[in-house]
Design a protein. Sequence first.
Length: 136
Amino acid sequence: MTRFSCAAAALVAALSMGCSSSEGGAPTPTGPTSTPSTPSTGGGSPTTQACLPAAPGNLRVTVNDSVRAFTWNSVSNAQDYFIQIARVGSDEFLVNTNTSQTSYNWTGQSPGSYWARVYARNSCGSGPNSESVSLN
């Protein structure tokens, strides 16, 4: 037997093993199945996306001595809000804390330029970020 014949015989033997009667008889051919697809919204099912809170609007900061007071508009289905504050040019948050209020007071910061944003959260997850504000 030639080398090709041995390889062909091994292939036929392997294929016939998958069709033996010990596996329930001859296999039933199946065609491709079609499952309706849901368009991807990037980050969860459409139900989850509809449940997420909106981005808080109108983020403002006022400076009063060493206190920077943040306020923003409430979001109807938010359980709490996360305020994030970082130095300009950095994505490392010095403040990343939550509150159930629509305000936050930040004290004790060192001199420099900062930026801040806020997002709402509920049982479905975290909503999109607000617009960022600059603090000088």
